[in-house]
Design a protein around this ligand. Structure first.
Ligand code: ATP
Length: 301
């Protein structure tokens, strides 16, 4: 049984379906990206999972227990950063953790949590929240989400407004927690960032799930392509065509796809004494795959 199971959940606002028969799973220790355009239903889905919102039909089960608006018992093991947690300007990070741990029987060790989320260095533990940068507030928000030692953490747009270093640090933090077995459900419009992080992807459009897949799936369909510059591009093109790879010369550069792997191409060029002067690899791209899927889905309406 998956850690989180969302089965055929429906939620309407008036006559508009914000969740239309939504089903997907989150496995323990997996990092799952929930992606889709504005208004697709991501926040609604996250709110339903955290029991913050009622839904009209379907089931949500977390760790074997039902989650509904009226049954929050499972939620002790779900941390979330959906709306900004209340951060009090005159409290330090440690004081926040103590405050949020007040109704928790077995909270995480504060010191360890502060170290993990990097809110212990540079006197940060002693500084008041009014002097925190956005990145620090975000890390504190995540520390608060982790206070109950959750098995699942739900993060809505956690990278928004963060500088590249803070995004990098956040990614490392999420990865290390996932290695300890914590699952994550993360929504983000920053797909380049998300694709570096997630194991699985759930794509939602107009309240409907249009795809659930592992991140690798997006790269398998989108074949690797290589761009070469060699000392003899014409001969290299001939070799590639003889091997039945797709090959063209574009702007003086030889582009090849369809070979099993890069080594195969290099070996073939070496055998013909062709010297490779430069090489670039273009891999799959979540953003392009998402746009293609949304275009296909919208066309089918
Ligand atoms: P974004 O990326 O812009 O945050 P989202 O994917 O999170 O979008 P939701 O916020 O879940 O989308 O909204 C899904 C749909 O439900 C939208 O059409 C939105 O207008 C509608 N909606 C959301 N909250 C409410 C509400 N409280 N009352 C009425 N309609 C709502």
């Amino acid at each position: 049984m998956a850690l989180l199971e969302v089965k055929n959940v429906n939620k309407k606002y008036g006559s508009r379906a914000a969740m239309d028969d939504v089903s997907f799973n989150v496995e323990a220790g997996h990092i799952v990206g929930l992606i889709g355009p504005n208004g697709a239903g991501k926040s609604t889905t996250m709110r339903a999972i955290t029991g913050l919102m009622s839904y009209s039909s379907g089931q949500i089960t977390f760790d074997g227990q039902p989650v509904t608006f009226n049954n929050h018992s499972a939620l002790d093991k779900i941390g979330n950063l959906i709306e900004y947690p209340a951060i009090y300007p005159n409290l330090t990070a440690l004081e926040h953790l103590k405050l949020y741990a007040m109704d928790t029987k077995n909270p995480a060790d504060f010191k360890e949590l502060m170290h993990k989320t990097q809110i212990d260095g540079d006197n940060f533990g002693k500084r008041k929240a009014k002097n925190f940068s956005l990145g620090m507030k975000q890390r504190l928000g995540i520390a608060i989400a982790l206070i109950r030692n959750p098995k699942l953490v739900i993060l809505d747009e956690p990278m928004n407004g963060l500088d590249p270093q803070s995004v990098h640090d956040l990614r490392e933090l999420i990865r290390s927690l996932a290695e300890e077995g914590v699952a994550f459900l993360i929504s983000s419009h920053l797909l380049d960032e998300l694709q570096k992080l997630v194991d699985d992807v759930v794509i939602i459009n107009h309240g409907k799930i249009i795809q659930t897949a592992t991140i690798e799936t997006f790269f398998i369909h989108d074949q690797a392509r290589w761009t070469f510059d060699t000392n003899d591009n014409e001969s290299a093109l001939q070799i590639a065509q003889d091997k039945k790879w797709q090959a063209t010369i574009d702007n003086g550069q030889l582009q090849i796809s369809g070979a099993e792997n890069l080594q195969q191409v290099i070996t073939a060029f070496n055998a013909a004494n062709i010297q490779i002067q430069s090489l670039n690899t273009a891999t799959g791209n979540l953003e392009k795959s998402l746009l293609d899927m949304l275009a296909a889905d919208n066309q089918g309406e």
